[in-house]
Design a protein around this ligand. Structure first.
Ligand code: KIV
Ligand code: ZN
Length: 529
């Protein structure tokens, strides 16, 4: 039950929506296996509620929510549902194998959304609030109701909706800043107003849900808890629609580091933040910006002479958090051709990977092969090769061999051999550069009409022998897929990344042709009920 902020350390629930709001962002969609991996790390990290998806949106979402609900140990799984019986029942069906579950139902309450999006009168919306929460309560005691576009909603109407939701049995009231419009002062005051004015407000926990369109999502979320909210909705790396959602790692570390300003605690095991960030970046294909707070590559790097001098004299001169508190380890030389299985297993454990026997053997062989080609094998190299292994073990075609003829003479030519459905196929193609030739050769094996909308290379470590990590994004008829690959050869990484994205597109093509639940067309949040 909520209370206004007091000097005692109230526990803030962390509700992670990386797999729902995060996955909804253009180009970030994840495969079934990737969603399971993300859910497992969030569970192990101490997230309280994991919004696993929007079960009515597609058969794929339904299956992922079901499997996640079945697997979670500690976190409570939640499924999103619009204010419609079929949505709510579908969410309950997906979640039914969990120990306990939450149904999260929502409807827009702002004048602009009600008039243009819903084309409904406020009184009809109010009725839907009561009816949808009541319906959800027939499936579970744990119901969350959200007022979509709450921060642009008239206060009197918002109070009436919140009161109706609680009267119908709602236990968590979410007040989203759907369009990232509010300011910290305004958002804090909104919670204070609701908690003071709504007569049954003490019977529910209030929650923040902030989008980052004006770069204030984290500040707004923290202001929300100062105003009385006791749950924060957020995503790893701030993944989410448009400019994203409030970043989980920033919120958690702000609460921990500035305990004097924020008298709260969370259940997050902060040393897992970096690992979670890397996994979400890998599976979503969204690189983390170098200077991103907490999890950016440079977040703990001190480059300037003055800073370095200060750091050597006393770390607290420039460091407000210890790198190890968020799971950043010193880059050290770890493995080489003479390293054995035991040391490699210990290193993987240290990096947070728990691989099954087959995956371990494959990773070990890959590490040995890398050590043959590259003088120093660093932690980052191991992370890249393990994650590249996870990607290459995913369903679909695989790159077996690649030869590229490049240089000033031209034309550039690529000869590629791929495994497609268990058969080796070889094709060659020319191009206006080695990458173009490689992609053309792949296209000769896997014909498609997708457009390449992003091609990005980054070096995993320093030096000319560093592994190259390539990210590509492909777009085809409104479907977007990203892929990543890592290798010491940039062209091999490029080929792997391109094939990974094509594999995802092919899964999406198949999914698009599958019927969804009870003939309901695939939906996305924001669509009309
Ligand atoms: O931003 C938003 O309003 C949402 C709701 C569905 C909770 O994501
Ligand atoms: Zn949202």
């Amino acid at each position: 039950m909520n209370s206004s902020a007091t000097p005692s350390r109230d526990r803030i629930k962390i509700f992670d929506t990386t797999l729902r709001d995060g996955e909804q962002s253009a180009g970030a969609s994840m495969t079934f296996d990737e969603k399971i991996q993300v859910a497992e790390i969030l569970d192990a990290m101490g997230v309280d509620v994991i919004e696993a998806g929007f079960p009515i949106a597609s058969q794929g979402d339904f299956e992922a929510v079901s499997e996640i609900a079945r697997r979670l140990h500690d976190a409570v799984p939640a499924g999103l549902a619009r204010a419609a019986t079929k949505d709510i029942d579908r969410a309950a069906e997906a979640l039914k194998n969990a120990r306990a579950f939450r149904i999260h139902t929502f409807i827009s309450t702002s004048p602009v959304h009600m008039k243009y999006k819903l084309q409904m009168e406020p009184e009809a919306v109010l009725e839907k609030v009561f009816a949808s929460v009541s319906r959800a309560r027939t499936h579970t005691d744990d119901v969350e109701w959200s007022a979509e576009d709450a921060t642009r909603t008239e206060h009197d109407f918002l109070c009436r909706c919140v009161e109706a939701a609680i009267k119908a049995g709602d236990t968590t009231i979410n007040i989203p800043d759907t369009v990232g419009y509010t300011t910290p002062e305004e958002y804090r005051a909104l919670f204070e107003m609701l908690i003071n004015r709504v007569p049954n407000a003490d019977q529910a926990v209030f929650s923040t849900h902030c989008h980052n369109d004006l770069g204030m999502a984290v500040a707004n979320s923290l202001a929300g808890v100062m105003g009385g909210a006791r749950q924060i909705e957020c995503t790893v790396n701030g993944l989410g629609e448009r400019a994203g959602n409030a970043a989980l790692e920033e919120i958690v570390m702000a609460i921990r580091t500035r305990a004097d300003a924020f008298p709260f605690t969370t259940g997050i095991k902060t040393p897992m933040l970096t690992q979670a960030s890397k996994l979400v970046s890998t599976v979503s294909g969204f690189p983390v910006q170098y200077n991103k707070a907490i999890v950016g590559k440079n977040a703990f790097a001190h480059e300037s002479g003055i800073h370095q001098d200060g750091m050597l004299k006393h770390v607290e001169t420039y460091e407000i958090m210890r790198p190890e508190d968020v799971g950043v380890r010193e880059t050290n030389l770890v493995m080489g051709k003479h390293s054995g299985r035991h040391a490699f297993r210990e290193k993987l454990k240290d990096l947070g990977y728990d691989l099954g026997d087959n995956a371990f053997e494959q990773a070990f062989e890959r590490m040995k092969a890398l050590a043959d080609r590259k003088k120093h094998v660093y932690d980052e190299d191991i992370e890249a090769l393990v994650e590249d292994g996870i990607v290459s073990q995913a369903e679909g075609a695989k790159v077996i061999a690649l030869t590229v003829i490049a240089g000033t003479g031209g034309p550039q030519k690529a000869i590629i051999t791929m495994d497609v459905d268990g058969h080796h196929v070889t094709k060659e193609a020319n191009g206006t550069g080695p990458v173009d030739a490689t992609f053309n050769a792949i296209k000769a094996i896997l014909p498609h009409e997708a457009k390449l909308s992003l091609y990005q290379v980054h070096a995993v470590t320093e030096g000319t022998d560093a592994q190259a990590e390539v990210s590509v994004r492909l777009e085809e008829e409104g479907r977007v897929a990203t892929g990543r690959g890592a290798d010491v050869d940039t062209l091999v990484s490029s080929a792997k990344a391109y094939v990974a994205a094509l594999n995802k597109l092919s899964i999406r093509r198949q999914k698009a042709s599958e019927p969804t639940a009870e003939g309901v067309e695939a939906v996305r949040v924001g669509e009309r009920i």
